[in-house]
Design a protein around this ligand. Structure first.
Ligand SMILES: [Zn+2]
Length: 271
């Protein structure tokens, strides 16, 4: 499943192909993904020039000179293909630019989404309304976290997965950040010490940036025909490493499953 680093890498990979370019063809190939694709998407985007690309939480943003922003979510299996060899049944939206590039949004499981929202009303988009600060932005500080976690008895791991606390952070990177910050995932949020929160707000962008860098190094490959954006392998500290040794202290990494989600942590340094 694409997490924030994959979405960020996708946006960076799309930027050189789309930014400043006019869309000469916009072709939705079905009526819906997770929810309906706007019926007027073709009409509103054809002929528009892409003025910028961005990301909010795990949503990609494609802004146009018509005052609309196309918001895409990759769901469980979505990816953009640049200049694909052929168009398949899982390519649900095609974009063609005046320079002749073709982009296909491919999503076999169709848990992704496409929305078109006035750029000046982006913050009113339902999925954006209650979002906390971006984990890579300046608003994620230990003072902010201390305020949000104050008095909370829910485990710190669950609170970090709450999109109202931090936007776009998923299970993998919460496990990674908690190990880097040496915090027990099950510790009640309100009991995490000030110094530990200081380590945490440094650890969160660090694990995300490392993954984005790993994705960025694969961006070169996207120049090839049929290049696929957004998926790459990353070396994790603890995620998926049950029974292996913690990078800090060679403690044995454990795994516990709660509500279908796996938590990986080192009982030695994450007390
Ligand atoms: Zn350890």
């Amino acid at each position: 499943m694409p997490e924030l680093p994959e979405v960020e890498t996708t946006v960076r990979g799309l930027r050189p192909v789309l930014e400043g370019h006019r869309l000469t063809r916009v072709e939705p190939r079905r009526a819906d993904l997770r929810h309906a694709i706007p019926a007027d998407l073709r009409q509103r985007l054809t002929g528009a020039t892409v003025t910028g690309l961005g990301r909010r939480a795990k949503y990609g943003l494609i802004e146009t000179d018509r005052g609309d922003t196309l918001i895409f979510h990759l769901g469980m299996s979505g990816r953009w293909r640049i200049d694909p060899d052929g168009i398949g049944k899982h390519d649900h939206l095609l974009l063609e630019t005046e320079s002749g590039h073709v982009l296909a949004l491919n999503d076999p499981r169709r848990f992704g989404s496409l929305d078109l929202v006035p750029t000046n009303a982006l913050e009113n988009f339902a999925a954006f309304k209650a979002l906390g600060p971006e984990p890579l932005g300046p608003d994620l500080t230990s003072a902010y976290l201390a305020g949000r976690l104050d008095g909370r008895i829910a485990p710190i791991k669950l609170l970090l997965l709450d999109q109202r606390v931090i936007a776009g952070l998923g299970n993998i990177y919460v496990c990674e950040a908690l190990n880097l910050a040496r915090i027990n995932p099950r510790k009640p949020g309100g009991q995490v010490s000030g110094p530990a929160l200081g380590r945490l707000v440094e650890a969160i962008p660090k694990v995300l940036d490392a993954a984005i860098d790993a994705g960025g190094s694969t961006l070169r490959d996207y120049a090839r025909p049929d290049g696929q954006l957004g998926y790459f392998s990353t070396q994790f500290r603890v995620y998926g490493r049950e029974g292996e040794k913690c990078p800090y202290d060679r403690g044995i990494i454990r795994r516990q499953v709660d509500g279908g989600r796996s938590t990986f942590w080192c009982p030695k340094c994450q007390r």
